[in-house]
Design a protein around this ligand. Structure first.
Ligand SMILES: C[S@@+](CC[C@H](N)C(=O)[O-])C[C@H]1O[C@@H](n2cnc3c(N)ncnc32)[C@H](O)[C@@H]1O
Length: 364
């Protein structure tokens, strides 16, 4: 057994509400993603330059390239060495299982731990992937011991935490309507942000060990002026999720709970600064140039309304969002809307950091 432990916070954490509603397809059921109307599809550029559709969540080769390869490149791992592999915000465990399999095939003896605040997803993981150990916990306050994790991985979780920003500055006028609610939430929960989570990851990862962090990046297509705005919020996603959750034709965030639906797309360079400030060495990082997420209105409906229960006006509302998105909703997010097969699609860059907690020096 590893030296990893639970501090008993699990019970308390379990009261945190799930970040999404229940009427959506789990990642494991999204299909293989070879179609732009399947949510979670990515365009991957192969080594020979050809481009292919792949499933971001389900495709083993994508996971290998994004996670397992950099882990193996970093690690001085010996065959049969025992490694505690923790997926931070790992959801239903689909990726943890893949990385676990891939590392195990290399001869490592892996203890895979799935940490997430969403108990329903952990329950799914327990049923479908019995070799994985689920732990309920908040990324900001993990029930894990200091220096207990050999390899950390995390995919698409950082964007649920806000970027740090100076709240004393005047608010930019383009901020979304729900900003007051966001601020209230920050004041209530102590304003936990992406930097705080990186500090927490730093605490639990062993010295001289690796963390691979992947999240939806931003700003790749933004103007220089837009890149300077580090306090913007993904209004675009708010509207989709709020419309869905509230079942209203003109969804707005009306309840504090929905604050957790915010997405904060942070540029690779900026996240690297947070990571360094938290204590990590940045081994590699930035927007990944061989993969691009694409989302259409239909793919949103296919995932979030798989049973077809949305009313026509909600469906129409989402479609209109994509139609008008380029002018109305980019707002410095760096979201890029392209016309594509007669549809509008959002291109979302994927960012990755390969981080290493430095060796402790003698006086530490
Ligand atoms: C988009 S899902 C990605 C799941 C998984 N990493 C994957 O790529 O398949 C984001 C996950 O992050 C989790 N999450 C978000 N904020 C969290 C927090 N503060 N603490 C723990 N988990 C969190 C959510 O519960 C959710 O399962």
């Amino acid at each position: 057994m590893s030296e990893l432990g639970q501090s008993g916070q699990g019970q308390e954490e379990s009261k945190i509400s799930s970040y999404e509603g229940e009427q959506y397809l789990p990642y494991a059921e999204l299909g293989q993603g070879e179609d732009f109307d399947i949510f979670g599809s990515v365009v991957v550029t192969n080594e020979d330059g050809t481009k292919e559709w792949k499933s971001y969540y389900g495709n083993q080769a994508v996971t290998k390239r994004l996670f397992t390869d950099p882990i193996l490149a970093q690690a001085d791992i010996q065959e049969d060495s025992q490694v505690v592999l923790v997926d931070f915000g790992g959801g239903d465990g689909i990726m943890l299982e893949q990385v676990n399999d891939q590392l195990s095939q290399k001869g490592l003896n892996v203890e895979p731990i799935l940490l997430d605040m969403d108990e329903k997803k952990l329950e799914q993981a327990k049923q479908n992937r019995p070799n994985i150990r689920p732990i309920v916990g908040d990324l900001a306050k993990m029930p894990l011991l200091e220096n207990s994790v050999d390899i950390g991985i995390s995919r698409m979780a950082m964007q649920y935490l806000p970027r740090p920003f100076d709240r004393t500055e005047p608010l930019p006028k383009w901020l979304p309507v729900n900003y007051a609610i966001v601020r209230k939430q920050f004041e209530k929960d102590g304003y936990i942000n992406q930097y705080d989570v990186l500090k927490e990851m730093y605490r639990v990862v062993k010295p001289d060990h690796t963390l691979v962090l992947v999240w939806p990046g931003a700003y790749k297509y933004a103007t220089e002026e837009e890149k300077k705005r580090s306090d913007n919020i993904s209004f675009f996603w708010n509207r989709i999720t709020a419309a869905k959750e509230l079942s209203q034709p003109h969804g707005r965030l009306m309840d504090e709970d929905f604050v957790s639906l915010e997405r904060w797309f942070t540029a690779g360079e900026e996240m690297a600064q947070f990571a360094q400030k938290a204590g990590f060495d940045v081994e590699d990082g930035g927007e990944v140039d061989w993969i691009e997420y694409r989302i259409t209105a239909k793919s949103v409906q296919n995932r979030f309304d798989p049973k077809g229960t949305w009313s026509d006006n909600i469906r129409q509302y989402i479609e209109e969002d994509f139609e008008t998105a380029d002018s109305k909703y980019q707002r410095g997010e760096g979201l890029d809307i392209i016309k594509w097969h007669d549809k509008n699609a959002v291109r979302l860059p994927i960012s990755r950091l390969v981080l290493r907690k430095p060796k402790l020096t003698n006086n530490e």
